[in-house]
Design a protein around this ligand. Structure first.
Ligand SMILES: Cc1ncc(COP(=O)(O)O)c(C=O)c1O
Length: 369
């Protein structure tokens, strides 16, 4: 790429500190290895094929995605083992699933008989089979069947369908994002694994057992101590971390790899400065399950400032009146929720020691289908 200096990069721009990314990836991979679990990172956080390949090179077996369109992008980039940790229910999407299953090792979540029948019918007509994992609701109250006997009964209801191969069970204890303390995060992490262990055991009653027992969110995995019954983990946000992870106590500013650089476009008052990025650069995310983030819409690095309000294209910062920030100056801000912010940009700039060393196309941004 032609050299771009960080100081002249047009703003607002998305920066990824590649040294921090390297450390975050290695640390989680080591944790997975130590506890004899497979790491299958969720790529909805970065949506960048090059970073997914970095994860697999370091030891991740494959990736997790939320959507078929994300899976298609990752497959195109050479990722050959993809788990769609979500429910795929419409004919159009199941046809795309079947087309993709011809190219890569694909598995998909299940929690309804209706979807299971539809997937099986379409795959059978195409002469294909697909691995499925039953989604277990471990307390998020989103998708998923109840743990224990209910999960086994669901398995019994769908497993005779001709094109479905039972591979395992998975859960995401996303309610952890509402935790009020680090000890609550630890409790939920343990509970997530225990619920899955108990459910895996229940399959013994019908003479089978899930090959894969998969858990994961970044907070529950950052504090995870391993569990003998859990053999796969699926954190996503850990590659970057963000202000939400800091507020939960599972990451530090030094572990945050993603930031937005913005320019001060107005200093209308000593205690107010306005930057050239608003909700279309930072998202309005204050943490889906959290009460208000104390720090506004992100953490302003190196300045006594709070990103207090957002219009679409303006970020309004409240400032210490002595702060030396003038029109044209730049600020760097760690966003509240990295995953939401990545989806707002076409490209991101990889930096090392504050030098731009790489430009990434965010190939799966907007891939919500
Ligand atoms: C099913 C599933 N698995 C894994 C993850 C990754 O969790 P996190 O974003 O906390 O890393 C998510 C996040 O939304 C998810 O929905």
């Amino acid at each position: 790429m032609t050299a771009i200096s960080l100081a002249t990069l047009d703003t607002p721009a998305l920066l990824i500190d590649l040294d921090i990314v390297g450390r975050n990836l290695e640390r989680m991979q080591k944790k997975a290895d130590k506890h004899s679990a497979t790491l299958r990172p969720h790529i909805k956080t970065h949506k960048i094929p090059e970073l997914a390949l970095m994860q697999t090179r370091l030891g991740a077996l494959g990736v997790t995605v939320a959507k078929i369109s994300e899976a298609e992008i990752m497959a195109e980039a050479g990722i050959d083992d993809i788990f769609i940790a979500n429910q795929v229910v419409t004919e159009e999407k199941i046809n795309r699933l079947a087309a993709l299953a011809k190219k890569v090792q694909l598995s998909v979540g299940m929690d309804s008989i209706a979807a299971a029948r539809r997937v099986s019918d379409i795959f059978a007509a195409a002469g294909l089979e697909i691995d499925y994992l039953i989604e277990i609701d471990s307390g998020l109250n989103r998708c998923g069947v109840s743990p224990g006997r209910d999960a086994v009964e669901f398995y019994q209801a769908i497993n005779a369908l001709p094109s479905l191969r039972f591979k395992g069970i998975f859960t995401h204890a996303g309610q952890v994002y509402g935790a009020g303390s680090l000890s609550e995060v630890k409790k939920l992490s343990l509970l997530e694994s225990r619920i899955m262990a108990h459910t895996a055991l229940a399959f013994g009653e019908v003479g089978t057992s899930p090959d894969v027992v998969s858990v994961g969110s970044t907070p529950t995995m950052k504090v995870w101590q391993g569990h003998e019954s859990v053999n796969e983990i699926r954190p996503g946000n850990y590659i970057f971390h963000d202000a939400i992870q800091i507020s939960l106590g599972v990451a530090t500013v030094e572990e945050c790899a993603l930031s937005v650089v913005a320019t001060v476009i107005s200093r209308p008052a000593r205690e107010r400065a306005v930057i050239d990025g608003g909700s279309k650069a930072f998202s309005s995310d204050r943490g889906a399950h959290r009460k208000e983030m104390a720090s506004g819409f992100g953490i302003v690095l190196g300045n006594k400032a709070t990103l207090e309000r957002l219009s679409e294209e303006h970020g309004i910062m409240s400032l210490d009146p002595d702060e030396d920030l003038d029109v044209g100056d730049r600020v760097r801000i760690i966003p509240n929720h990295a995953c939401a912010v990545v989806n707002l940009f076409d490209r991101a700039y990889g930096i090392r020691n504050d030098e731009v060393v790489e430009e990434f196309k965010i190939a799966a941004r907007g891939k919500s289908q």
